[in-house]
Design a protein around this ligand. Structure first.
Ligand code: HEM
Ligand code: HEM
Length: 182
């Protein structure tokens, strides 16, 4: 269980596993779309689906543990902002991969994990045939928009963590790095 001084190994492992996968997936996603590197799409979907499993595990863990309590007394406004930011981050980590699945499924491209098909593709010759052009558009727009929104929030979130470390000189970042005092 998490305490004020120390986070459990599960909290720390899940935070950094999900953080690293999401930062990598955002970079890969933007790169493959900008450069039209079609061969990277299956890799992005496969890692995204594996990350989704870790994301759900993390959500269940947070549900049981609650969100972190501040390491030192903070104003009510600061606490409410931190809780709201963490809740939004958690929600986006769930909705983003779901929107990717919606787009890939509805557009007829399908998705799976490294060759293991989870949602079949729908083709006529070489062309993907959408199961629903409308849902495909909604999924694509959501996935792009929410991806950039999440990127912005992650930058603010990491800046907040650094502010705690450098300006406030408190143990917020150290606690998430597993370096808080015993
Ligand atoms: C360089 C990147 C990152 C740094 C330095 C960082 C740092 C931290 C720190 C220090 C905390 C503890 C806050 C507290 O004690 O109140 C925290 C919590 C949290 N972080 Fe990050 N983080 C990073 C990336 C991410 C990413 C990519 C996500 C997800 C999109 C994320 C989501 C969360 C959430 C939801 C919490 C609440 C506690 C938890 O669920 O474990 N973080 N982060
Ligand atoms: C947490 C996991 C994920 C993150 C952070 C993520 C992030 C991104 C980002 C930032 C882009 C670029 C969007 C753009 O430039 O318009 C992208 C594109 C894409 N992602 Fe994901 N993604 C995730 C999971 C998934 C999953 C699970 C799937 C499907 C099973 C998926 C399918 C796609 C597809 C097909 C594109 C190309 C969209 C287009 O051509 O407009 N993603 N992703």
């Amino acid at each position: 269980m998490d305490t004020l001084q120390k986070f459990s190994r599960t909290t720390i492992a899940l935070h950094w596993l999900v953080a690293a996968s999401i930062i990598g997936l955002i970079a890969l996603g933007i790169y493959m779309v900008e450069t039209e590197s079609w061969h990277l799409y299956d890799i992005h979907k496969s890692i995204g689906l594996l990350a989704f499993v870790a994301i759900l595990a993390r959500l269940a863990w947070r549900w049981r543990n609650g969100l972190p309590q501040p390491v030192r007394p903070v104003s009510r406004l600061e606490h409410v902002t931190a809780v709201a930011a963490h809740v939004v981050l958690l929600i986006l980590t769930v909705v983003l991969p779901l929107s990717g699945m919606l787009y890939s499924g509805a557009s007829g491209h399908g998705f799976g994990i490294f060759g293991w098909e989870i949602f079949p593709s729908h083709h006529s010759g070489d062309q993907a045939v959408p199961l629903s052009a409308q849902w495909s558009d909604i999924g694509q727009t959501m996935h792009g928009f929410l991806g950039y929104l999440l990127l912005t929030l992650i930058v603010l979130h990491a800046a907040a963590a650094l502010k705690h470390h450098v300006i406030d000189k408190d143990a917020t970042l150290k606690r998430m790095l597993g370096r808080a005092p015993e």
